[in-house]
Design a protein around this ligand. Structure first.
Ligand SMILES: [Zn+2]
Length: 256
């Protein structure tokens, strides 16, 4: 997590600081209003790899960075970034469809309002702790079971290579736990997504977030309608329709 963004990711893609302009100013203002220690703001040509749009943040303690995919941008901001890449000798090829993609500056800021919500609400730290505890538990179970001869005999092994033990413990002994913990993680992740949306709406970005989510749904070709039970079991990120409805419901309660 420390080494990848700074040393490995730049081997595959070029990262440029986001050019000066309205977008950069609004993002910096948003970060400052939340006391988010933003040190660098980058843009990367995600369009080279996929048409999916994205934004993410990384960094520990007081050294945080935000990365925007060029597919999120539109209009002047997009042109400025394309010029940067052209000057660096990298041509960005766009189809007619690509040209229609992207968000307004205010929508990009709303998306970052959501991302910064994850940070402000401690989601990143909580998730890290959950992952570590989960890993510790799984290996504790492995340590307990892998010397157990009956396990190997039951699956027809006479000697006991630990690699086979790993497979048996992680796939069979922990099968029920894996299913339950996966579902719990999906439920947890979904509630975090809704909370981050509400965080952005509280900052006054509700309408722009709805616009942004709708465009993301279209640009990323996500399935518009899902069975709600299926969605509760599988989607770590709730579908756009549900998220838009939740933001609207929040805005309604605020108006009353
Ligand atoms: Zn999120």
């Amino acid at each position: 997590m420390t080494i990848y963004p700074t040393f490995i990711a730049p081997l595959f893609d070029r990262y440029f600081p986001l050019p000066d302009g309205e977008l950069k100013t609004s993002i910096e203002k948003l970060a400052a209003s939340l006391s988010y220690p933003l040190t660098k703001l980058y843009v990367v040509n995600g369009s080279k790899r996929s048409a999916h749009s994205n934004a993410y943040m990384y960094g520990f303690w007081k050294n945080k960075r935000i990365v925007l995919y060029d597919t999120l941008l539109s209009g002047m901001e997009k042109e400025k970034v394309q010029k940067l890449y052209e000057e660096a000798g990298e041509k960005i090829e766009e189809t007619e469809n690509d040209k229609k993609r992207g968000m307004s500056n205010q929508e990009v800021v709303a998306v970052l309002g959501h991302e910064l919500g994850h940070w402000a609400l401690w989601h990143t730290t909580i998730n890290l702790v959950i992952t570590e505890v989960n890993l510790f538990f799984c290996f504790a179970v492995f340590a307990y079971f892998y010397k157990w001869d009956a396990l190997y005999t039951a699956f027809g092994y006479n000697d006991t290579p630990p690699v086979i033990g790993m497979m048996l413990v992680f796939q069979f002994v922990l099968a029920l736990y894996n299913q339950l913990s996966h579902t719990a993680q999906v439920v947890h992740s979904r509630s975090a997504e809704f909370a981050a949306d509400e965080f952005a709406a509280k900052l006054g970005h509700g309408d722009n977030l709805i616009g942004a989510l709708t465009k993301l749904g279209v640009d990323n070709l996500s399935m518009p309608i899902n069975d709600s039970l299926y969605s509760w079991c599988v989607h770590t990120h709730p579908p756009v329709v549900e998220r838009v409805a939740a933001v609207r419901a929040y805005q309604k309660t605020k108006k009353q």
